[in-house]
Design a protein around this ligand. Sequence first.
Ligand code: WT7
Length: 646
Amino acid sequence: MSYPYQIKNLEGYHEAYQKSIQDPNTFWGEVAEHFTWHKKWDKVSDWNFKDPSIQWFVGGKLNITENCLDRHLATMGDKPAIIWEPNDPAEEHHILTYKQLHLKVCQFAQVLYNNGVKKGDRVCIYMGMIPELAIAVLACARIGAIHSVIFGGFSAQSIADRLDDAKANFIITCDGAFRGSKDIPLKSVIDDALIGNKNIQRVIVCTRTRTAVSMLQGRDVWWEDEIKNVEAQGIQFVPAEVMDAEDPLFILYTSGSTGKPKGVVHTVAGYMVYTNYTFVNTFNYNPDDLFFCTADIGWITGHSYIVYAPLCAGGTSMMFEGIPTFPDAGRFWDIIDKFKVNILYTAPTAIRSLMGFGLGPVKGHDLSSLKVLGTVGEPINEEAWNWYNEQIGKNKCPIVDTWFQTETGGIMISNMAGVTPGKAGWATYPMPGIELILVDDQGVEITTQDGEGMYRGNLCIKQAWPAAIRTTYGDHERCRTNYFATYNNLYFTGDGAFRNEAGQFRITGRVDDVLNVSGHRIGTAEVENAINMHAGVVESAVVGYPHDIKGQGIYAYVIYTGSHAQDSHGSAEMIRKDILQTVTRIIGPIAKPDKIQFVAGLPKTRSGKIMRRILRKVAEGELNSLGDTSTLLDPAVVDEIVKGVV
Ligand code: WT7
């Protein structure tokens, strides 16, 4: 069995690609025919990058959960929709069939109604990786509430900022979350985030860890009690709210090169069609395949490829609560053998970290159920690619290297398993509908090859695609300036790339002040702001440096003049820890610098701009190629920094 819009071979890809570029409306209109609509669209697309204004399936009416759930009930109600594996292998796994998931989503949708949630309300979800997280997401979509999932590793301060920006009225959380040997007190973090918050009407708390929580009278309710109420009401079905194609589906916050994280907005129809199309075609998904995406639902990968796309395709999605190294580094391989996973989709950082444990944890595992492997989140180095290919794929599974972004909603560049060839370290070909262009810093197309026969430049996209970012919540101008104003009539990705003669792309990484740490995007300005909050810190500058496991590590240069500086018991180490604690408080542990170097001054131009280029070189250990430092206000600063490298 396959899907009507599934590409079968290389010619099929070229054909689909040609058609999608020449006549995108016909192309996407045909794909969209295979979904369930209350009313079909009047116009497939209507867009310009100037405002920007991007609309797909204009005038269409639908609900994404009817596409993910209801439409499968008659033919595959008893098929597993989600298979959930807990953090602790000693605990039982759960299987939710389409029927069961549908019932739970309906019941929780009623819980939302009972608690006053309405279409268009913003609901923040801060939960661990338990089935109730997927249920909460889908229940919001069912009633047309806009979910904003926040990854469980973010701090109270980060949550407070996001709640405020999204003007959220509701929160769904858990008492706590299990992650490896740790137990994260989610509700307590939410309580801290809510100090002074006037907008939140209700906090729904799901039980997971049974850690003690404080439940505020009139504001906080238990998930389980609310479900009991719905059962007492005898409700087993809640009709899906009929949504406009362009109604917002969710907000997902992501970092940029300046200021606070932006709330990327995706809308219902285009996101649904595009994520489903890319899912089926990138992984060559067969409806009976068990698909295991190891991301957290708190990131775009989890939204698109754990929840929406696999369910929309009537597939089976594996959901894992834990981490790759708990109780040992064989955890992924155990899960693959236990459930006979067919497709594994993970991050290069996880592969590198598991490689570090040697072949011991892989031994004794069968892994023969695997057909396709995937990577996402950062460039994959050849060594990790080869290990993945040989040790996990046993040289028989295509590896798809999928490039995309929170803003793009779904996969944009990737080889297609069994259809287009892969190439270690290369994301290769654009998806149908995606027209890429490489430009120089002035926005002029790169038309000449470098010495190695490559076209190198800044990666941009020429035409709108169905899952493109629509706006940044509450601040459309920010969306325009961030993505659509750098180059005329182009969407700028923030990444650099090169293309070979064959038209394949290799992503080289961010060209802006954004870091990619273990596949997570972190703005240097954000980390600097957090460090600067620490008493005694005068100024700081943050850059990335190559890190064996994380891809990029965070290197912070800090000017510190607090009283502790003169402390007799040599407390540079203490101050370092204090700064890490501050960053953890302000952003979360994922943003903690790996290295902190205390400096007396930072290299600045005469106009006061920090010369990051030099700091990057120092952090990368390239001390002999610092370039021209003569334009600096005080070139001596650089010598001092070089001497103090950590
Ligand atoms: C940035 C987007 C969407 C995946 C999760 C991260 C980098 C993503 C690849 C890849 C090289 C990649 C880019 C991109 N990136 N996938 N296959 N090869 N780089 O989503 O947090 O929105 O970050 O991740 O730099 O711009 P995100």
